[in-house]
Design a protein around this ligand. Structure first.
Ligand SMILES: Cc1cc2nc3c(=O)[nH]c(=O)nc-3n(C[C@H](O)[C@H](O)[C@H](O)COP(=O)(O)OP(=O)(O)OC[C@H]3O[C@@H](n4cnc5c(N)ncnc54)[C@H](O)[C@@H]3O)c2cc1C
Length: 385
């Protein structure tokens, strides 16, 4: 096997060659600060207050700089070029959250189309992505998902959501750009699935344009995935993730007294995740996947299975993806071995991406977990320089 094809996620020289020692020390300080839980509790409120007092520059040069590309697509150019120089694609992720009015939905819809326009014919940008809650009200999606009848007004409202959803997918189809539909809370996911399935049927004619996202932390999603693949004849695309709303899912199930849809433990979640990879790879002639994970074992599992099936490392039907600012040791070592890799690059006005940044900070609190891993790799690299 050529040296380039050898995979070693501990190779910090490859993982961090794009970062100066100054950048690495800055990242170390940031990941270290996440271990102060009291600081994180103050985080969102303090961030908003700090913005009010004009501390935008400080937030922008610290946590925003680590996890986001910029406030606009134009500002993301530096990060896009940097990733491309290491053979890693970009997925522009317009990360504005929270506002639920028609004006914001329309603006978000046209911004997503801009990300598609930028991606069209541009080999530095691998996919576009959107969240259905960015173009439709959460409670409306929940009502549709529950199967309850909609009022006249709600029906009109939902017709507009469908119109926006379809216009984004059509735009991607015409621009020949692969498009991810992100997965969200289980009680709005049936509506998202139904819309996505229709779009897959309509636009995945010659290849997989529209991708649904499968959360394997749910007990029922491996079966859903298999059933889709078994019963549909057209091309299909799936982004495989573990899932981001575990606490919220458990809390709602408890409050309303239904069975928690989440797996009983991490092991069963991991088992289903790797089985989902296997099942998709076994149907690669019609299924494209994006392995969206920071988990080294699952990434290596996919690599091993690709090898067993005789797939080229650079087969574009199999992508690996991590978030910008996280798990560079996985992204850059995979790309160095010629695998297809793309990173989510969130962008948007600093004040509007605070919820996204808060989630990143919160998932990096455990020193035994992700933050500990990032810190030990950064320390290893700094020591060797
Ligand atoms: C490119 C990309 C795209 C993403 N898109 C989405 C998306 O569209 N929708 C979405 O919801 N999330 C999305 N995520 C986030 C993802 O779902 C995970 O929250 C995150 O990646 C952590 O999981 P992991 O596989 O990287 O790593 P790991 O650290 O191995 O796994 C952590 C995850 O395991 C699961 N878990 C932990 N403990 C348990 C337990 N006791 N029982 C059951 N499960 C458990 C949880 O999902 C937790 O987040 C995305 C992530 C990436 C990298």
């Amino acid at each position: 096997m050529a040296e380039k094809d050898q995979l070693n996620f501990n190779n910090t020289k490859i993982a961090f060659s794009h970062k100066s020692s100054h950048d690495l020390k800055k990242a170390r300080l940031l990941f270290n600060s996440f271990s102060y839980k009291w600081l994180l509790k103050l985080g969102p409120g303090m961030a908003k207050m700090a913005l009010g007092f004009g501390f935008k520059g400080i937030i922008k040069s610290t946590i925003f700089d680590q996890f986001c590309g910029g406030e606009s697509i134009r500002e993301c150019k530096k990060a896009i070029d940097l990733l491309a120089s290491r053979n890693v694609g970009t997925i522009l992720d317009y990360s504005v959250e929270g506002e639920e009015d028609e004006k914001t939905f329309k603006e978000t819809c046209s911004e997503i189309k801009k990300t598609i326009d930028v991606a069209s014919g541009n080999d530095k940008i691998s996919f576009s992505v959107f969240k259905t809650t960015g173009i439709g009200r959460f409670n409306l999606l929940a009502k549709v998902s529950s199967g309850k009848a909609l009022s006249k007004l709600e029906e009109q409202d939902y017709a507009r959501v469908k119109e926006r959803f379809e216009s984004i997918c059509k735009h991607a189809f015409e621009a020949d750009v692969h498009l991810f539909v992100d997965a969200e809370e289980s009680w709005i996911q049936p509506a998202i699935d139904a819309l996505t399935e229709q779009m897959m049927f309509k636009y995945n004619i010659k290849k997989s344009i529209v991708f649904n996202t499968i959360q394997l932390y749910r007990k029922d999603r491996l079966d859903y995935l298999k059933n889709q693949i078994k019963t549909k004849k057209h091309f299909m695309g799936f982004k495989l993730v573990r899932g981001a709303y575990m606490e919220k899912e458990a809390a709602r199930a408890k409050e309303l007294g239904y069975e928690n849809p989440i797996q009983p433990n991490k092991e069963s979640c991991d088992k289903d995740y790797d089985e989902a990879i296997d099942y998709c790879l076994d149907h690669i002639e019609k299924v494209s996947i994006c392995v969206g994970t920071h988990n080294e074992k699952s990434s290596l599992h996919c690599v091993k299975r690709m090898r067993e099936l005789g797939l080229e490392n650079s087969d574009s039907r199999v992508y690996f993806s991590q978030l910008f600012g996280m798990s560079d040791h996985i992204s850059f070592n995979l790309s160095n071995a010629n695998y297809k890799v793309a990173k989510y690059l969130p962008y948007g006005p600093v004040s509007a991406v605070v919820p996204y940044l808060t989630r990143r900070a919160q998932e990096n609190t455990s020193v035994a977990g992700q933050a500990g891993r990032e810190l030990s790799l950064i320390n290893k690299e700094l020591k060797s320089r």
